[in-house]
Design a protein around this ligand. Structure first.
Ligand code: NAD
Length: 340
C-alpha cells in the first residue's frame, strides 16, 4: 500500500515550487499518495487562527507527515507565524538542516576547492520564540527566554542519534553560556550529560560568536552542531550562505508523531506568480523526506538527477553567475526530469 502524506502548497511562490517538485516526484515514480490540505495565509484571513482548517489539522495528525510550501506570516501585533504555530502545535522539537557543497553552485569555498558538509540541529520550540514580550513603559520592552531541561534533552538526544545514524564522528554544541549562564547553561549541561551515552562521538562546545567566525573561515572543522532556537536560526542561515544561499537550504522539523518538511526560505512575494522561483530547496527537503520515509532509491535517483542538472549549468535566474543557462521553475523541473 502506498504511503500517504499531507501536502500544503503554501503562499507566494509556494504553489509554483510545490508543483515543480511533485512533477519530479511523479516522473521518478515516487511511491507516495498526497492529500492536499487547507493551510496558509488565506485560511488565517478566513478566521482560522492557526492558519489551517480543522480538517487540515485532523488530516496532518492522522498521516504524520506534512510536506509544505512556505507560508506568509500574517501582519499585526500579537499575531503568530503559521509556520511557528505548526511547529509548536505538533512539538516538532528538532529542526535539521543539511548544508553541503553542490557541484555547479559556485561559492567562495567551492572556487577554492573546499567541500562543505555540515548538519545543523536547531531546537525548534523554546527560547525567545514563545513570543512572551510586554511593555513596561512606552520605552521599555521585556521579552522572556525559556529553556527547559526536558526540551533541551529531546533535541540534543535527536542530534546524537542523527550523528550516529549518519556515521558522523563529531558533534559540537554552540551556545552563549558564558553570558546566559542559566538558560544556555542548562542546554550545555544537558549536552554533556547526554554525550556520556555516545562515547563514539567526539564532542566539543563553542561560544556562538566564535562559531560564526570559524564557520566562515574554517568550516571544515565542523560536521554537526546543535544549538538553541534563535542562535540555531541565525547560524543555519549563515551556513546556507556557505553553500550558495537560501535557495539551497532544506529543512526538516522532526517530532515524535509528526514531522514537517519544508524549504528554509519564505514566500518570496517579490517574484511570486512569475514562475521563476528556484525549487531546489523544496526539492532537497522532499528528498530528505523520502529518505525519512525509507524511499531511499527514489531519493537517490532524484538527488543524482538534481546534482547532474546543476552541474550541467542549468540554473534558475536567482543564481549569482549569469553566464550559466538560466531557466524558469518549470524549465528547471523539466531538465531534472529529463536527467532522471
Ligand atoms: P523570503 O525568503 O521569502 O525572500 C527573501 C529573498 O530571497 C527575496 O528576494 C526572494 O525573492 C528570494 N527568494 C526566496 N526564496 C527563493 C526561491 N526559492 N527562488 C528564488 N528566490 C528566492 O523572505 P522574506 O521576504 O523575508 O519573507 C516573505 C514571507 O515569507 C514572510 O511573510 C515571512 O514571514 C515568510 N516566511 C515563511 C517561511 C516558512 O514558511 N517556513 C520562512 C521564512 C519566511
Amino acid at each position: 500500500m502506498k504511503t500517504k502524506i499531507a501536502v500544503a502548497n503554501g503562499d507566494g511562490i509556494g504553489p509554483e515550487i510545490m508543483d515543480a517538485v511533485l512533477k519530479i516526484f511523479s516522473a521518478a515514480n515516487v511511491d507516495l499518495e498526497y492529500e492536499f490540505v487547507e493551510m496558509g495565509k488565506s485560511y488565517f484571513d478566513a478566521g482560522h487562527s492557526t492558519g489551517m482548517t480543522e480538517q487540515a489539522k485532523a488530516t496532518i495528525e492522522n498521516l504524520g507527515i506534512l510536506f509544505k510550501g512556505p507560508m506568509e506570516t500574517p501582519k499585526g501585533k500579537g499575531v503568530k507565524s503559521i509556520n511557528v504555530t505548526a511547529r509548536k502545535v505538533w512539538n516538532t522539537y528538532a529542526n535539521q538542516r543539511d548544508f553541503r557543497t553542490l557541484n555547479g553552485v559556485d561559492t567562495v569555498f567551492s572556487k577554492a576547492g573546499m567541500n562543505i558538509n555540515i548538519t545543523i540541529i536547531r531546537e525548534n520550540i523554546e527560547d525567545t520564540y514563545g513570543g512572551i514580550e510586554h511593555m513596561i513603559t512606552n520605552d521599555v520592552a521585556v521579552g522572556r527566554r525559556i529553556i527547559t531541561r526536558p526540551g533541551s534533552a529531546q533535541v540534543i538526544r535527536y542530534a546524537f542519534e542523527m550523528a550516529k545514524r549518519k556515521g558522523l564522528k563529531k558533534l559540537a554544541c554552540g551556545h552563549k553560556a558564558n553570558i546566559m549562564k542559566l538558560t544556555d547553561g542548562i542546554f550545555l549541561e544537558t549536552f554533556y550529560e547526554i554525550a556520556k551515552e555516545y562515547p563514539q562521538i567526539e564532542v566539543s562546545d563553542i561560544i556562538v560568536d566564535d562559531l560564526c567566525m570559524k564557520l566562515v573561515s574554517r568550516p571544515e572543522l565542523f560536521e554537526s552542531i546543535v544549538l538553541t532556537n534563535l542562535q540555531g536560526d541565525i547560524v543555519s542561515d549563515l551556513c546556507a550562505g556557505l553553500v550558495g544561499g537560501l535557495g539551497f537550504a532544506p529543512s526538516a522539523n522532526i517530532g515524535d508523531n509528526i514531522s514537517i518538511f519544508e524549504a528554509v526560505h519564505g514566500t518570496a512575494p517579490d517574484i511570486a506568480g512569475r514562475g521563476i522561483a528556484n525549487p531546489t530547496a523544496l526539492l532537497l527537503s522532499g528528498i530528505s523526506m523520502l529518505r525519512f520515509l525509507g524511499l531511499t532509491e527514489n531519493a537517490a535517483s532524484i538527488e543524482n538527477s538534481l546534482l547532474y542538472t546543476l552541474e550541467q549549468g542549468v540554473h534558475t535566474g536567482d543564481f549569482g553567475d549569469r553566464s550559466t543557462q538560466s531557466v524558469n521553475t518549470q524549465g528547471f523541473a523539466d531538465a531534472i526530469i529529463a536527467n532522471l
